[in-house]
Ligand binder design. Sequence first.
Ligand SMILES: Cc1cc2nc3c(=O)[nH]c(=O)nc-3n(C[C@H](O)[C@H](O)[C@H](O)COP(=O)(O)O)c2cc1C
Length: 199
Amino acid sequence: MSSKLKIAVVLSTTRPGRFADTPTNWILNLASQRSDAEFEVVDLRDYPMPFFEDKLPLIYAPTASEVARKFATKMASFDGYIFVTAEYNHSITGVLKNALDHLFTELRRKPAAFVGYGGVGGARAVEHLRHILAEQHVATLKPAVHIGMIEMIGIMREGKKITDFPHLDQAAHQMLDDIVWWGDALARGRQATAKAELA
Ligand SMILES: Cc1cc2nc3c(=O)[nH]c(=O)nc-3n(C[C@H](O)[C@H](O)[C@H](O)COP(=O)(O)O)c2cc1C
């Protein structure tokens, strides 16, 4: 690989007072200590797109929404994704689903990993997200971080920090190792295919 791998850390919630910033800042801090990839936050607050309302499916034309096109261009610039996902009603948030509905080929043949949070570590949301991303040709990775109720209550009500839960750091390092491995492997694969298509 000639240039450094670029991995997005995507937030899934936008409400004021969201918990999302806590796990995002933590994972970004751990990730930034690595020298084998660059990590950048993609905050859906910066892309206030409408609910999907294009007349034509994206297979025929890009979305008419300028902000959604900006989001799609941003997402296309990465080699992999870490979704920091909340669980709303046993699934992902509406705002994340809507943002993903505005993507078509941008995530194709790239890996995604997860930091879930919620009563059961956001596990149901993460599993739903795997199904959604399969449709977009994304390779979803097994190692994930699940921040559960005990940790969330500790952080929100008892003044604890994520770093007070060493098992989360351990899970995060495993997940980061894996997203970098897959990110690199799939970037090479995409490059090889692009070269073969040009030849
Ligand atoms: C609309 C809504 C639905 C929720 N549903 C669930 C749920 O099904 N499972 C769960 O574990 N937590 C659920 N929660 C609690 C969230 O896990 C918790 O509020 C979390 O902080 C949400 O992420 P955010 O603060 O980044 O918005 C729900 C919260 C909201 C606002």
